[in-house]
Every structure is written in structure tokens, then in C-alpha cells.
Design a binder for this molecule. Structure first.
Ligand SMILES: Nc1ncnc2c1ncn2[C@@H]1O[C@H](COP(=O)(O)OP(=O)(O)OP(=O)(O)O)[C@@H](O)[C@H]1O
Length: 316
């Protein structure tokens, strides 16, 4: 059974459509990367999974199911129960998710309840030094604070961990260490991961599947290596070409051409059409329905055409 299902989700902030009919599925035990340029809607989608959107956000259409439960239609008590039982969250800024007035051990004891063992949970995130439990958040490095936030998020053995760029603010070596801990702990605990990221090579390496967002929709999804190595959507191909790993030494990165999607008003057709080298007239006014290309589900009118498929190969 699908652990997470997002169907045609539309979320508006005042004056901005952040999600414009997003679709996503995540199976039990799976790791799914969610990638896309800034403003494509990743954080809004991640927050919607736990109905953790800011008060100004409005759901227009669509639904989010976690373990079959309709997150947006649950009464407050059932929603709290669902969050506790099924969901854990880690964000980019760990300090913001920790209580500055309480020592780490005390924060863990609050989550774990009586009988919980903070040292065990800190050990699971490779913080074995007993001084950590006695520290206040401001006494920790960024990487250590993020591991504490992870220990708190994983303390209730959630079925799904939503990780919103938890390593983006860390330097590269610490980033790898923290990512290792997240994926190893989730694998050990049988927890699925929704991993929001700008780091395409890391997603290709670590995640089973990937979903690529553009203009508030998931425009391509499928096995991570396949999607990022042999993209089918022209946007994914442009994104993969602009990724650091795609550049040979000394060769400048190719930026995705044109300005990013302005999400202020929903696009009548494909949101990428104004930037797309393959756009034809219908792309501007007709929304693409999903097509299957190899193992990928793609929102593009032309992705299945042989000439367009060939042109998407990275480096082509
Ligand atoms: N609290 C908010 N109020 C108003 N608009 C918002 C709010 N949060 C996000 N937005 C807008 O919604 C759209 C989607 O933003 P979101 O943060 O979900 O994208 P993102 O892909 O996570 O970006 P980033 O990678 O920069 O975090 C953007 O146009 C953004 O400006």
C-alpha cells in the first residue's frame, strides 16, 4: 500500500499559487527525493504532508493521504495522533526546531516520555558523547544540532520522515555525514523518507525514486538514477545539465534557460512552455496529461516523441 499519496493538490498563499495540481506517491520503506528550482513548491508540498502549512495557506483542491488517512479532513485529535504515529520532520535550520531553553537530554525525555533513554536515541544519530545530552542547543555545531533534531524526529519511530533540505546549511563534509546518518537510521528503522533537495547527484546516489517539481506540479517521477541520468521531461533535462555533477572540469554550468516559473497565477497549459525549446502551440494553453516514457511518468505533451526523447539525453 502507498504510505503517502498526494492527488491533484492545489495550495494558494495570498496572491501566489504554490501548488498547482501536484501528484505524488511514496511506498512503505521507500526513499523519494523531491527536487526542483527555488519556488517550485517543494517546501509547501513537504509541509502539506503533515498539514503544517502557515495559516495564510489555503487548500483549493486535491487531497493528501498518509497511511490512507485524509490529512486535510481529519479532526484535530486524529491529526495529532497521525502526526505522532506516522510522521517525523526535519528542516534546514535545526536550531529553530529545538527549544533554546532546554538541555538536549530534557528535550528528548519530553518526547520519549517516562522510561525513554535519551542516550540510546543520541547514540543512534552517532552522538555518543554524554556531554551532548547536557548541552543547550546553542552550544552545538550545526551538524550536531541537526542530528539532535533528527533524533527527536525519529524518537517516535515514524513511518515517514519528511526532510526539508536538512543539510543545505552545512558545509560539504558535515553534509555527507549528516546525510549518511539520516539514510542509515531510516533504513534501520524501516522509515520511508521524503527528501527535499537541490542536490541532484546526492538524490541520484541516495534515493530510490525522485519527483521533479516545476511551477507547483510534479512534472516527472520515476527511479532516481533513471530520471536524473536519462530525463524525459525537457525541464528535468535542463536541470540535470545545470547540476554541478554534469559539468566537466573547467566547463561552465548551463543554467536552466529563461526565468523560473512565476507561480503568481496558474499556467493555463504547461508552466515550463515559455522556457522550453520543444514547446509547440498546444503547450501554452493545454495542460499535459501524464505520459509514460520508459520507467518515468512525465507531464509533457511531447516527451514520448522519439526526436524529443533523444534530445533529452544529458549532454545532448
Ligand atoms: N508563507 C508564504 N507566504 C506567501 N508565499 C509563500 C509562502 N511560502 C512560500 N510561498 C511562495 O510559494 C511558492 C512555492 O514556495 P516553496 O517554498 O514551497 O518552494 P521551494 O521549492 O521549497 O523553494 P526553496 O527551494 O527556495 O525552498 C513560491 O512562489 C513562494 O514564494
Amino acid at each position: 500500500m502507498s504510505l503517502l499519496t498526494v492527488r491533484n493538490l492545489v495550495i494558494d498563499y495570498p496572491g501566489t499559487r504554490a501548488l498547482d495540481g501536484a501528484d505524488l506517491d511514496l511506498a512503505q520503506g521507500e526513499t523519494l527525493g523531491l527536487v526542483g528550482e527555488s519556488g517550485s513548491g517543494k517546501s509547501t508540498l513537504g509541509a502539506a504532508v503533515g498539514r503544517l502549512l502557515p495559516p495564510s495557506a489555503r487548500r483549493g483542491e486535491g487531497e493528501v493521504l498518509v497511511a490512507g488517512e485524509p490529512v486535510f479532513d481529519l479532526p484535530a485529535k486524529r491529526l495529532r495522533h497521525l502526526r505522532r504515529r506516522h510522521l517525523g520532520f526535519v528542516f534546514q535550520d535545526p536550531i529553530a526546531s529545538l527549544d533554546p531553553t532546554k538541555r538536549v537530554g530534557a528535550q528528548l525525555r519530553l518526547v520519549l516520555g517516562r522510561g525513554g533513554d535519551p542516550a540510546f536515541h543520541l547514540g543512534r544519530v552517532r552522538l555518543a558523547d554524554p556531554r551532548v545530552a547536557r548541552s543547550y542547543p546553542h552550544q552545538l555545531s550545526g551538524g550536531m544540532a541537526q542530528r539532535v533534531a533528527l533524533a527527536l524526529a525519529m524518537a517516535g519511530s515514524p513511518e515517514l520522515l519528511v526532510a526539508d533540505e536538512p543539510t543545505a546549511a552545512l558545509d560539504s563534509q558535515v553534509r555527507e555525514e549528516v546525510s549518511d546518518v539520516v539514510f542509515a537510521l531510516a533504513a534501520e528503522a524501516g522509515t520511508s523518507i521524503l527528501w527535499l533537495s537541490h542536490d541532484l547527484p546526492a538524490v541520484a546516489r541516495r534515493c530510490d525514486r525522485v519527483a521533479v517539481m516545476y511551477g507547483g506540479r510534479v512534472v516527472e517521477r520515476g527511479p532516481a538514477r533513471e530520471v536524473l541520468g536519462r530525463p524525459a521531461h525537457p525541464y528535468t533535462a535542463a536541470l540535470a545539465r545545470s547540476s554541478p555533477a554534469a559539468a566537466a572540469p573547467g566547463v561552465r554550468l548551463a543554467p536552466v534557460p529563461g526565468p523560473p516559473a512565476g507561480a503568481r497565477r496558474p499556467a493555463p497549459g504547461c508552466a515550463f512552455a515559455p522556457r522550453c525549446a520543444f514547446a509547440v502551440e498546444r503547450c501554452a494553453h493545454e495542460r499535459p496529461a501524464p505520459v509514460r516514457v520508459r520507467e518515468q511518468d512525465v507531464l509533457c505533451h511531447r516527451a514520448a516523441e522519439p526526436a524529443v526523447r533523444a534530445a533529452q539525453e544529458v549532454g545532448a
